[in-house]
Design a protein around this ligand. Structure first.
Ligand code: KG4
Ligand code: ZN
Length: 381
């Protein structure tokens, strides 16, 4: 079969991204415009600002993705766009632009679930390495700023079907990284900075016990027939525990000193944060990361045993975390289950994963109708 070139567009949160992927396996361009600088002063994504930035960036980002790929609007075969979940206003920017392109160019449009996109970030790179056949059942941990989800995946005809076998009851793991970083004046997004600082601290310094979740999910939509086999997460408690630690250990003054020291810098590299950190902060960051990593890995492995899975995938922004990768590699090897990650570049939001996820749908001719719209709370099934 001839090569298929899909233009992917992603705008669900604070990255405006476009990419061209050949036949679901080779990204020939991958452009990501991050809005970090816009949201940095607020320590988190401000939805109105995100939509405005997407509007500014979408046309040049798509144009650059085509240019980098040596493609024109006319020589792509289809357009894939994230339809949800995400911020409604942000999703609509990418979706409206993709619809307009599809209409004007008379090219098919494919709507992609962002979470399935993260899963395809792994599949795309594995295909590139020649690994085309993963053993089923597959368990995917999608762990990012907006999601902490365990999906059991099975193959069905042309595509995969997903069962939600666990998710966070409150904050996502990446959100906890971002909130703890905000509290400690370590910038936004918090994950990469904490990742850099943690190896310089003592992860045993502060104990953060994680409660096992026994109560049933209060949201009836989230109830499942096999609730007993679920493994759920919760990350709002650890954020409060870090806050309590800061208060009971009189860290406020040090945090304020760091804020002042960093305020004068035009750009801030992880090394600048390190220079502004005392031992207690490094120990706290290391202990926080250790606790979150242990919880993510342990619960994923419990679910893997429970569902007798043959393959593990770990993806989403937090999958870029070095300690998470190392711990998964060691502990999954002990269990005898192979674990796959995307490269760091494809762990965080990008459009190559969206174009890759659209490829099987392109082959199955599952095109979006012109009426389709964004769904901020879209589920993966
Ligand atoms: O997948 P992503 O780009 O966006 C969402 O779909 O949410 O994930 C962004 C999240 C942020 O919370 C960020 O702090 C976290 O991923 N993150 C990390 C690392 N790199 C990004 N968390 C821990 N360690 C990292 N190296
Ligand atoms: Zn994401």
């Amino acid at each position: 079969m001839d090569d298929v070139y899909i233009l992917g567009i992603e705008s669900s949160c604070d990255e405006t991204a476009a990419a061209v992927v050949r036949s679901g396996e080779e990204p020939i361009s991958n452009v990501v415009y991050s809005q970090f600088a816009t949201h940095q002063p607020y320590g988190g994504v401000v939805p109105e600002l995100a939509s405005r930035e997407h509007l500014r960036a979408i046309v040049p980002v798509v144009r650059k993705a085509l240019e980098d790929a040596g493609k024109s609007y006319q020589t792509i075969d289809a357009i894939a766009v994230t339809k949800g979940p995400g911020l409604a206003g942000s999703l609509l920017v990418g979706l409206s632009y993709a619809k307009a392109l599809s209409y004007a160019l008379e090219k098919p449009l494919i709507g992609v679930n962002h979470l399935e996109g993260h899963i395809h970030a792994v599949l795309l790179e594995e295909r590139q390495k020649g690994n085309r056949e993963l053993e089923f059942p597959v368990l995917a941990l999608v762990v990012s700023g907006g999601h902490t989800h365990l999906f059991l995946a099975e193959r069905q005809q042309d595509g995969w079907v997903y069962h939600d076998v666990g998710h966070t009851r409150d904050d996502a793991a990446g959100e906890a990284f971002d909130k703890v970083a905000k509290l400690l004046e370590l910038g936004y997004p918090g994950g990469p900075v904490i990742d850099f600082l943690a190896p310089r601290g003592n992860p045993e310094a502060v104990k953060f016990p994680f409660a096992q979740i026994k109560h049933r999910d209060r949201n009836p939509q989230n109830r499942h027939a096999d609730d007993d086999r679920r493994v759920d997460f919760s990350y709002s408690g650890i954020k409060t525990a870090v806050l309590r630690y800061v208060e009971t250990h009189d860290m406020r003054e040090k945090i304020e000193q760091r804020r002042r020291a960093l305020a004068g810098l035009e750009t801030r590299a992880p090394a600048d944060y390190l220079a502004a950190c005392d031992r207690q902060t490094l120990d706290l960051a290391a202990s926080f990361q250790r606790a979150v990593v242990d919880d993510l890995v342990s619960k994923t492995l419990v679910a893997a045993r429970e569902h007798n899975v043959a393959t593990l995938l770990v993806t989403g922004g937090v999958a870029a975390n070095s300690e998470l990768r190392k711990t998964f590699e060691t502990r999954a090897a002990e269990e005898g289950v192979p674990v796959y990650f995307p490269s760091r570049k494809l762990s965080t939001d990008n459009a190559a994963m969206i174009a890759a996820a659209a490829y099987p749908r392109f082959l199955a001719r599952e095109f979006a109708d012109p009426e389709f719209s964004a769904d901020a709370a879209l589920r993966l099934r």
